[in-house]
Design a protein around this ligand. Sequence first.
Ligand code: HEM
Ligand code: HEM
Length: 189
Amino acid sequence: MSEATPVDMPKGAQAYSGISKLLHWATAILIFGVLPVGFLLEDLPKGYIQNLGYDLHRSFGFVILCLAALRILVRLVFGAPAAYAGLTPFERRASAFAHHALYILLFATPLLGWAATSAYPVSFSIFWLFELPPLVPANRTVSKILFEAHEWAAIAMIAILVAHIGGALVHRIIKRDGVLERMLPARKS
Ligand code: HEM
Ligand code: HEM
């Protein structure tokens, strides 16, 4: 369900609902933390710091998975605004592809990390509160393959995010239409 169109937003540019915006930006902040920490994990000083890095990476990664599930639920219940009316057919197809791919990767990446960790096998807790059950039985070969897939899913996510964020900036800076504003907090004026 879309909110009322703010006065300063071009026609046909209805905004996302408040809850969708909140979930989008909470996910974005967590992704910008979990992604670089993932690449740094192996190089962190062994011992307390590295263990903390693993614990936080896995815990916040699990939060991202939960937020992705919540976003799908919110979309199913409240819907989402129609594509921005001023998009070219190419932009429409490209953004639909990017959004679908990002949703798939928001599930696939953490699930692969969880499955790979279970197969290693390592038991781990979420913020030292509760343990997650293993997703697959112990098997080092399977774990190695799943960690490779986890890494490739993260790399695919980065590639799509470069286009996604680049696209949002082109709309904001060059085209100066209302696309970015659809996902920004509503301005009171
Ligand atoms: C959206 C969420 C996540 C993202 C974007 C992400 C991203 C990454 C990245 C980029 C790496 C480095 C890959 C490499 O250089 O080999 C990594 C490593 C790792 N991830 Fe994740 N991850 C996420 C969620 C999770 C979850 C939920 C778990 C486990 C429950 C997990 C467990 C691990 C582990 C154990 C490593 C280290 C692998 C190794 O040392 O070979 N990740 N992750
Ligand atoms: C600086 C970072 C980001 C910016 C500027 C940004 C901007 C936007 C904008 C403007 C939209 C709405 C597009 C439209 O109206 O057609 C959007 C939607 C979306 N963004 Fe982002 N985004 C960012 C980061 C991320 C991240 C990190 C993810 C996930 C990994 C993500 C996933 C999505 C998804 C899945 C949608 C589609 C929402 C839906 O229709 O349900 N974004 N983003």
